[in-house]
Design a binder for this molecule. Structure first.
Ligand code: DC
Length: 227
């Protein structure tokens, strides 16, 4: 049986960063599910498909291949064989991905892909609905949160590091819109699972969050050993 860690929470809470660090420390396969939704949005953009054309986007799903790979200790994501890790963070993808993630068939298809990733390997998976829909029986569930101001500040810093040009206003609007879409969609809405542990990272350093989560994982592993 695979060991599964589910990390959910809104955009900009540091899920991606802490998941990557923990995956290396504990040798877990790191699956950033938001990147998969971003791949579908990017494929739609590249194929000139209108983001409101649900039927065409669903058809596209059969033509795209999404792969999660670790190369030189870096987690990379490939769309049809091409490394799109950085491209997925660009403005056009960030502003269209919410709509793509509302489409029921997109969610079902990607959820299947995510489940397959954990069939034979221990994973740490981050997203919005991992502890509620993708792996309701995950061994460890964390709901990572932070204040809106702090999340915007982090996204500004991340964009600077990646060389992505987005104004503060654009970042804030995008974040508010995605919060709204994430919380109100019909399937896979962002919601804390009843058995998830809540962590507010607003005033915590990355190391502090990482250590908290690792402690929780270790306690669970010990418990499984004793059973
Ligand atoms: O975590 P992120 O910002 O890369 O996620 C991109 C988008 O994908 C986000 O707007 C919500 C969506 N998403 C989702 O609907 N379900 C998930 N499990 C992960 C992300």
């Amino acid at each position: 049986m695979s060991f599964i860690v589910a990390i959910d929470g809104p955009a900009g809470t540091g899920k991606g960063t802490i998941t990557e660090i923990i995956s290396k420390k504990l040798n877990l396969v790191n699956i950033g599910t938001g990147s998969a939704y971003r791949c579908v949005a990017l494929a739609a953009i590249e194929n000139n498909i209108n983001i409101d054309d649900t039927e065409k986007i669903v058809d596209l799903l059969d033509k795209i291949k999404i792969e999660f790979k670790k190369i030189n200790d870096k987690d990379l994501i490939f769309l049809n064989g091409k490394d799109v890790t950085k491209r997925l963070r660009e403005k056009d993808v960030s502003t269209t991905v919410s709509k793509v993630s509302l489409i029921k068939d997109v969610r079902f298809k990607l959820t299947d892909i995510f489940k397959k990733q954990a069939e034979t390997r221990d994973v740490i998976m981050e997203g919005r609905d991992i502890g509620t829909c993708v792996f309701p029986n995950a061994d460890v569930k964390i709901f990572l949160d932070a204040s809106l101001d702090e999340r915007i500040r982090r996204r500004v810093k991340q964009n600077e590091e990646l060389g992505i040009d987005m104004s503060l206003q654009e970042i804030e609007e995008n974040m508010r819109q995605r919060d709204y879409d994430d919380k109100t969609r019909e399937f896979g809405a962002l919601k804390q699972a009843d058995d998830a542990i809540y962590i507010d990272s607003s005033d915590l350093s990355i190391d502090e969050v990482v250590n908290k989560v690792i402690d929780i994982i270790n306690v669970k592993k010990e418990k499984i050993k004793r059973e």
